[in-house]
Ligand binder design. Structure first.
Ligand code: CIR
Length: 263
């Protein structure tokens, strides 16, 4: 087990990102009121996010920018990676459907095998939480039962278990919960409707603290607006890398949705 972890850490690790559209402020909003987005700040925060991934040893790869697709910076929603398989999603909102085309090309150029979720199935990557071989999928916001059924058909033969989770209070499952490197699912109690569905659940003290990006077996990336959660995770033995993502949080995005990690 130790050897496997170590081997993984020295393998090629790629992070896909997509530069923000100049129309970012027209992005979809479901649960939040629209507040003005500072474009320059958003650009700087995005650069900082990319630099943080690069500093952690990720090879950062851009999907071609798409100015006419306001939400395209949230690239996580368009593809989900399972080892050498890329599942292109079927975004649950009309304005985001065009985002998948360039992403499909980019992942194919990396030599990944490509499968696809198709209509009437809908599925956003933000609804897919991987914890080992258990794949939790949020249902209700952007992802429907047919989308989950198609993902299950793809993954069960590969040895994964696909668990649907009803989601009502937030946009995506991963707006409410993510997982630590050790597999513990974390989230803020006010937003997690079914904590008992997860094998291990730990409540964190801030809403923005529920989203972490796993950097390695001992490090996570987290929003700078969740300092208490950062302290909690440090007390559990993790190195925590904070990044500013306030302009993306205004559009219901978080640290996970700005990249897709391929390891
Ligand atoms: C949307 O509503 O689709 C975007 N404004 C935000 C998407 C955030 N994605 C994510 O958390 N995975």
């Amino acid at each position: 087990r130790l050897v496997t972890t170590w081997k993984r850490d020295i393998q090629r690790r790629v992070a896909l990102v997509r530069p923000p559209s100049s129309r970012l402020d027209e992005g979809e909003l479901t649960h939040l009121e629209r507040t003005p987005v500072d474009h320059e700040l958003a650009e700087r925060q995005w650069d900082g996010y990319v630099a943080a991934l690069a500093a952690e040893g990720f090879e950062v790869l851009d999907v071609a920018a798409a100015d006419d697709l306001p939400d395209s910076v949230f690239v996580e929603d368009t593809v989900v990676i399972f080892d050498d398989l890329a599942v292109i999603t079927s975004p649950g909102v009309e304005s985001r459907r065009g985002e998948v085309d360039d992403v499909r090309e980019t992942v194919a150029s990396l030599g990944l095998r490509v499968e696809e979720i198709s209509a009437p199935g809908t599925l956003d990557g933000g609804d897919v939480l991987k914890v080992g071989t258990t794949i939790y999928v949020g249902s209700g916001g952007r992802t429907n039962g047919e989308g989950i059924r198609q993902l299950r058909e793809i993954l069960v033969p590969l040895g994964y278990r696909v668990v649907g989770v009803p989601v009502k209070k937030v946009l995506h499952l991963k707006s409410a919960v993510t997982a630590l490197p050790d597999g513990t699912v974390i989230g803020h109690k006010s937003l997690v409707e079914h904590p008992g569905i997860f094998d291990r659940f730990l409540a964190v003290p801030e809403v923005h603290g529920s989203a972490v990006v796993v950097l390695s077996h001992d490090a996570v990336l987290i929003s700078a607006s969740a300092p208490k959660t950062a302290a909690l995770l440090e007390s559990l033995g993790y190195r925590v890398v904070p990044v500013e993502v306030s302009e993306f949080e205004k559009l219901e995005g978080c640290v996970t949705c700005l990249s897709v990690r391929i390891r």
